[in-house]
Design a protein around this ligand. Sequence first.
Ligand SMILES: [Fe+2]
Length: 320
Amino acid sequence: MTQAPQATNAGSAACPGSAKALVFDYRQAANPIRHGLTEPMREHRWGAALHAHGPTAVLPLDLSAELGCEGPATSPALSANFIRILAGEAIEVSAKATSQLFYVWRGAGSCRRPADGLGNEFNQPWNAGDLFVLPAGGPARLEASAESVLYWVHDAPLLSFLGVTATQPRFEATHYPGPWLRQELETLAADPSSARSNRLSLLMANRDLPASRTVTHTLWAMLGLVPDGAVQPPHRHQSVALDLVIDCDPGCATLSGSELNGDGTIRNPVRMDWEPGAAFVTPPGLWHSHVNESGRSSMLLPIQDAGLHTYLRSLDIRFS
Ligand SMILES: [Fe+2]
């Protein structure tokens, strides 16, 4: 004779004879993104003071306690960090990740990484403004010839959630020299079609990843110039943005919120004021817009998990 199911939670029932099996009334479980279950994401900001002084170290932008996941994690899928390296010193960095992105915010040095699973070594000098990406593989050694600060984003939190280890490099380690990126941005700014644009941006891509047009198969990176006087119309996407402010004067900010007003502006926006070297998080699905009232152009580097969302066909990017 079977026992009557036991209630363990409002709207749920346990299964007699199967310790883990449980069912929920659809209405109790259809949207578990709420406080106490799967925590919703909130905006967050870190000032440049975080990496202005101190010894050689990795400084994680860790929201794992808030997210209820293994840390360090800045979003459910990604971990953003600053790496401070004193002149003449080195640090070994390692992440159980499919993709690692490094942006040199200031300084100079080199990166050495032994051959990955495809037999590719990476020995690369870097300077301020350079960006480089590494696929799955072993630790990388960063040596600094001048005091340096790098922004480092990887997808270890995603792999940790899946309970997997990355074994197969999906792209070749790639270096994007800063002078080349700036030159391409200047070329874009000089194009007549850019004259009235309030967004001049380059999306980093890789010949190994023709379908997604992203910097790695999970990560997306944009070098964006926000001209003086720009008030961008809001847009939104399901990817999370981990933004680094590269350069600005006071008067630049990102506004975000869940709803639009009738005129297309964001209702009751949260304002993230920019500062060179600051980082901030834009949660998934929020309308957001960058504004510049500073008197000169500013530069932003958003990193997103939009490579992954593109593959899943869940990016859902929309413009107001
Ligand atoms: Fe965005």
